[in-house]
Write a protein that binds this ligand. Structure first.
Ligand SMILES: [Zn+2]
Length: 649
């Protein structure tokens, strides 16, 4: 359930759970509330992380996820021998994490059938650290006897000076502390955005793992699953709003839910009018007993995975060597965060993130069209390439050398040098070859850019505003057959694909305000030029754009009834897998709204277009829609025609 989510981060300050024996109590929100008060910058950091998460999800991030393996260190801080839990109890907890975050839990079948389809393999694995931050061998477990019999959420357990054990580098390890927690608290976590020295998860010794002194009903390791869920930026499923129905967990596929559930409820348990299926009380982020929890959803997985996307708050863990044996083979990580800067016609500066233990790096680069790499050995984490060819795309990748051991090459990245020649123009928005890499552009300003190679394409992101919602895109001075599309998030809204070097124009008279509109420019059949630029301008208006580029005056809009020849329109292909063409013959210039509706009547795609007397074509794309039967409606004023469309990919 997703609603008012950023507001709920603030409202956490108001709703902090109380302690009731034999019921699950988690201190994560209490700690977050304290940290937000103590650290004035933390709220902004969390909002930045939230924005990154939203971008990841909106750009179809669920498809871009990576397999993650997180090195774990367990700090056992004990007052007496009972609290000094066995290695076996610790390892049983790691087994539970590896089952729950990979959907390999034996009780997965207990998830109600209505939610089986959104149950997620989060693709996150955990390994016990094999080397400590100094590169020495370790079991991943360190122990200390303390004089403190009972820690609280004040984080004293995380510092040697206050009776605990210090955190290891959070960019390389997940820190798990096991100790005696006072007040019936089972555990607590720190969300992404908190400080480095306190980053991690704390669990009570009696509610950790599945053997030894693990105590029912919290003896199946789900306290750590829940807390690591917080550490990976998942919130309580009921939205931490007291008992109201207004809070959100920032996830779209979990039900709106009033309050936490305790014990082992029966399905369905209804609140907030969320019938017939009710609360997802078996979600790891609820408060039910260990035996009754069994699922993370795809939406929760997306929040977790966004942390490991480029720029994500926990992406540094991807290159951790924490689980590699020190000194032996395979102990050399893979460089990440590749970058190309200072790009000119003939030179560029390449950079990458440092790998722990690296003594040097091997950098390989080549023209993207070339077959073989040029390799150079580099001492640091950047290198200046010179003697490059203007207007050309280069690929590069980096490998770490750790003494006698060599790591794996990173995935290849690319950059394109500035074009040379007479009609030179800079291509300042590169690299922008994917929606993820889209560059933010201003509106009502024309600029120039290039489709420099056959594989180049350009993504731009822009916003409309509540006072100027109507969008017009003009693409002029085309050196070749370029086309342009308009998207909002993943929704393909409109295309202009005139032949040859004719100007392109999209008019999209929308009411929807969004900061995630995208213009996508590409060369038809590989058309490109590395010497000449095209010109793109996105214009906004408070009133409807007309096909001639002017805007309507401030007069009330009057719909001219659209008269269809043959009382209908053509549409092909049907069934469809991707792009669909609609042919509309009309007797007079007019405006139409085309809506693709799912069987429930919800608009899946909508586009608005001015059309001319005669035969018109509109295109839309269904490749983002699930298979099924849809209805395509063309509407002008009160007149509407509807046809059935089958999407079958
Ligand atoms: Zn919690």
């Amino acid at each position: 359930m997703i609603r008012n989510f950023l507001l709920s981060i603030c409202s956490l300050l108001l709703f902090v759970g109380s302690t009731i024996a034999q019921q699950r109590t988690c201190g994560a929100n209490e700690v977050l509330a304290r940290q937000l008060l103590e650290d004035p910058d933390m709220q902004q950091r969390m909002k930045d992380i939230e924005r990154h998460t939203e971008d990841f999800i909106q750009s179809g991030g669920a498809h871009d996820r990576v397999q993650v393996t997180i090195p774990v260190v367990v700090h056992v801080v004990y007052y007496n021998s009972t609290q000094n839990i066995s290695d076996a109890q610790i390892l049983s907890q790691i087994d539970v994490l590896n089952a729950d975050f990979r959907r390999l839990n034996a009780d997965a079948a207990n998830t109600p059938s209505v939610w089986q389809s959104i149950a997620a393999d989060c693709e996150i694995n955990f390994c016990m650290a094999a080397q400590d931050p100094s590169g020495n061998a370790t079991t991943g477990i360190e122990r200390r006897q303390t004089t403190v019999n009972g820690f609280s959420t004040n984080d004293n357990v995380k510092f040697y000076s206050s009776g605990g054990l210090n955190a290891w580098d959070r960019n390389k390890y997940l820190n798990l502390w096991v100790c005696n927690l006072s007040g019936g608290l089972l555990g607590y976590a720190q969300f992404p955005g908190g400080g480095a020295s306190t980053d991690g998860v704390v669990c009570d010794y009696a509610y950790f793992g599945t053997v030894g002194v693990a105590t029912p009903p919290f003896h199946l390791g789900r306290t750590a699953t829940h807390e690591v869920g917080h550490w990976l930026n998942c919130y309580h499923i009921w939205g931490d709003d007291g008992t109201s129905c207004n809070g959100s967990d920032g996830v779209s596929d979990t039900p709106n839910q009033a309050d936490e559930n305790y014990g082992c409820p029966s399905f369905p348990t209804i609140s907030c009018s969320n019938g017939p299926n009710g609360d997802m009380f078996m979600n790891y982020m609820d408060y039910t007993d260990d035996a009754c929890m069994n699922v993370f959803t795809n939406g929760q997985k997306s929040r977790m995975q966004s942390l490991f996307n480029a720029g994500g708050a926990r992406a540094a863990l991807l290159t951790s060597n924490g689980c590699d044996q020190p000194g032996g083979g395979g102990s050399c990580g893979t460089p990440g965060s590749l970058s190309a800067t200072n790009i000119t016609q003939t030179s560029a500066t390449l950079g990458w993130g440092a790998v722990s233990g690296a003594t040097s790096y091997n950098l390989q680069y080549k023209l993207s069209v070339a077959g073989s790499w040029t390799t150079v050995s580099v001492g640091g984490t950047s290198y200046n390439l010179s003697g490059l060819t203007a207007g050309s795309t280069y690929n590069y990748q980096v490998q770490a050398v750790c003494g006698a051991t060599t790591g794996s090459y990173s995935s290849a990245s690319s950059f394109t040098t500035q074009s040379g020649g007479g009609g030179s123009c800079s291509d300042a928005y590169e690299p922008n070859n994917s929606r993820n890499a889209a560059k933010v552009i201003p509106t009502d300003v024309a600029f120039q850019a290039q489709i420099a190679t056959a594989s180049d394409n350009d993504w731009y992101r822009f916003s409309n505003t509540s006072s100027k919602r109507r969008i017009k895109i003009d693409m002029t001075t085309l050196p070749d057959d370029y086309d342009v599309r308009l998207y909002r998030n993943n929704s393909y809204l409109a295309v202009s694909q005139n032949a040859g070097t004719l100007d392109e124009q999209i008019i999209y008279n929308t009411n929807t305000v969004s900061s995630s509109y995208y213009a996508y420019v590409y060369g038809y059949n590989g058309a490109n030029s590395n010497t000449q630029c095209y010109t793109l301008k996105v214009s906004l208006s408070s009133t409807n754009w007309r096909l001639d580029g002017s805007t309507e005056g401030e007069v009330e809009e009057v719909d001219v009834p659209l008269v269809f020849e043959n009382a209908g329109f053509g549409m092909y292909p049907n069934p469809a897998t991707g792009e669909v063409t609609v042919e509309i013959p009309v007797e007079a210039d007019s405006d139409v709204t085309l809506t693709v509706m799912d069987p429930s009547g919800k608009a899946a795609i909508q586009l608005h277009s001015a059309i001319n007397k005669g035969n018109n074509r509109l295109n839309f794309d269904v490749s983002d829609l699930p298979n099924g039967v849809y209805f395509v409606q063309l509407r002008n004023g009160s007149l509407a025609h509807t046809r059935k469309l089958v999407v079958n990919k």
